[in-house]
Design a protein. Structure first.
Length: 88
């Protein structure tokens, strides 16, 4: 079941990525994070859900599902460097 959901999410992502134009892409703003912050789980989950699709998908595959950057790059048809950049 997990594999089916992941594959469906990847298929949907590939369809949506074609629609994204360069103008719609957001620029990254560096943010400094202090160690040992007490952030409520709900706020963390909400922040993850607000990520752009490509970043959220990479984050979930790497952190939650524990795939390597190589595996993610193969699944999403992107380079390993892009996978690392999306996670960062």
């Amino acid at each position: 079941m997990k594999r089916i959901v992941i594959n469906k999410a990847i298929d949907r992502y590939k369809k949506e990525i074609k629609k994204i134009s360069l103008e719609e892409k957001q620029t990254e703003v560096p943010i400094e994070i202090e160690e040992n912050l007490n952030i409520p789980l709900g706020q963390i989950l909400s922040s993850i859900q607000n990520l752009p699709t490509q970043y959220r998908l990479t984050f979930n595959l790497y952190v939650m599902d524990e795939y390597s950057h190589k595996e993610i790059s193969e699944m999403l048809s992107i380079s390993i460097g892009t996978s690392k950049s999306n996670l960062h």
